[in-house]
Design a protein around this ligand. Structure first.
Ligand code: PRP
Length: 207
């Protein structure tokens, strides 16, 4: 069992893409065929995959419940995860942005900022010497400025459709984002060959 490589995948479209990449890299499985099952074994029995809520992947990897995993840079930076980042998978590309109505950051005084990413938002505005009041939300962040709950939001922009359809605009770019292959620090040492092999196979497919 200890020789098995445990891989935490973010449940959803990104995780399915990565599972397909891992299949091409030699770790085929029937992952995705049973929608409620959470643990899958590779056909050769050398690896196990777990479907994990995307924001929880760094926790599984940091604590060694998984040897490696895939997480967005947004989540890694927000949680300041103590893991090794092995590879930029170039998937799930988007941007963390400050957004709101045009000119919203120009108002004087404390800026009310709605976000799912309080640490990233705090760091960004601190670097600009701006005093803010964080309003932590869990989704539909764009509603906050519309309803006057916040002056601006710090959120992910992918296609820009959500902002456009709600008459909001990007005001500042905070961070470019993409999915990263991460490793538990002890696993990277003790399962080095296997971890490197998966990373190299994925890198080969991506490039
Ligand atoms: C994300 C993000 C934006 C939207 C950006 O929300 O928080 O709302 O996608 O994508 P776009 O630029 O392509 O429109 P998600 O769909 O994860 O739902 P949420 O509102 O529950 O966070």
């Amino acid at each position: 069992m200890t020789d098995t490589l445990d891989i935490a995948l973010p449940k959803g479209r990104l995780g399915e893409k990565v599972a397909a990449l891992l299949g091409s890299a030699g770790l085929e499985s029937d992952i995705g065929e049973d929608s409620r099952k959470l643990v899958f074994e590779s056909a050769d029995g050398s690896a196990r995959f777990f479907w994990v809520k995307p924001a929880d992947v760094p926790i599984y990897v940091e604590r060694g419940a998984a040897d490696i995993g895939v997480a967005g840079r947004d989540i890694l930076v927000e949680q300041d995860a103590d893991v090794y980042e092995l590879l930029d998978l170039g998937l799930g590309k988007c941007r963390m942005c400050v957004a709101g109505y045009p000119g919203a950051t120009e108002r004087a005084g404390t800026l009310r900022v709605a976000t799912k990413f309080p640490n990233i938002a705090t760091r960004h505005f601190r670097s600009r010497g701006r005093t803010i009041d964080i309003i932590k939300l869990n989704g539909s962040i764009e509603l906050a400025p519309i309803l006057g709950l916040a002056d601006v939001i710090v959120d992910i922009v992918e296609t820009g459709t959500t902002l456009r359809e709600n008459n909001l605009v990007v005001l500042e770019e905070v961070l470019p984002i993409s999915a990263r292959l991460i490793a538990n620090k002890a696993s990277f040492r003790f399962k080095h060959e296997r971890v490197e092999k998966v990373a190299a196979a994925l890198a080969g497919i991506i490039n």
